[in-house]
Design a protein around this ligand. Structure first.
Ligand code: 5GP
Length: 207
């Protein structure tokens, strides 16, 4: 069986990437979502083990010590990390595993797993990002402004991703993300074994 693709999905706060991920999982059966651990407090409606595994700083640091994370980063004063075991298991089962993570973690993964596919999702404008954060109504103005400052830093790292997808129309964005992932499966880089087998078969014929 072909191993699944490790997908990194990042985007500014307010990019709608969470909705895109949920819809990918609803519409297609080739995806699995990795649930991260974090030290931030749950937002209203969030459940332990569903959106995140909520940890204390001490618990999170113990997991770091034990090498349980594929990557981890500090983002706006909290730790976030991807538990390694689930990801490796699902990739081996042939699932395309989605990590919805920020940029420091994405770049760590790119170093460690060069075959990972890095996608960056963004709304059509910066004003739209602010409006979406404000409209969400779950964060204070201070936190929103912190996230906008963070966004200014993040914009400078987008070019290190493989693909940039604009989330203006949600349905189109979901299709674009899915098609990009599916197309990448046909890249010659991901099909090296077919190429070497073809060479061997030709050599068998002409020897
Ligand atoms: P939020 O607090 O809004 O849920 O997430 C804040 C940021 O942390 C988002 O950009 C999200 O993608 C990122 N994030 C969530 N889980 C992880 C993780 O496991 N590792 C890293 N590096 N970032 C994560």
């Amino acid at each position: 069986m072909q191993k699944g693709i490790l997908l990194i999905l990042s985007g500014f706060a307010g990019s709608g990437k969470g909705t895109v991920v949920n819809e990918l999982l609803n519409r297609y059966d080739n995806y699995s979502l990795s649930v991260s651990a974090t030290t931030r407090s749950p937002r209203p409606g969030e459940q332990d083990g569903r959106e995140y595994f909520f940890k204390t700083v001490e618990q999170f640091e113990a997991m770091i010590e034990k090498g349980e994370f594929l990557e981890y980063a500090k983002y706006v004063d909290n730790y976030y990390g991807t538990p390694r075991e689930y990801v490796e298991h699902k990739l081996d089962e042939g699932k395309d595993v989605i990590l919805e993570i920020e940029q420091q973690g994405a770049l760590q993964i790119k170093e460690k797993c060069p075959e990972a596919l890095l996608l960056f999702i963004m709304p059509p404008s910066v004003r739209e990002i602010y409006n979406r954060l404000k409209g969400r109504g779950t964060e204070t103005e201070e936190v929103i402004m912190k996230r906008m400052t963070q966004g200014a830093r993040e914009a400078r790292v987008i070019e290190r991703y493989d693909y940039l997808i604009i989330n203006d129309d949600l349905d189109k964005c979901i299709e674009d993300v899915h098609n990009t992932i599916q197309c990448s499966k046909f890249s010659t880089d991901r099909n090296k074994d077919i190429i070497s087998r073809t060479i061997e078969e030709f050599d068998g014929f002409t020897a």
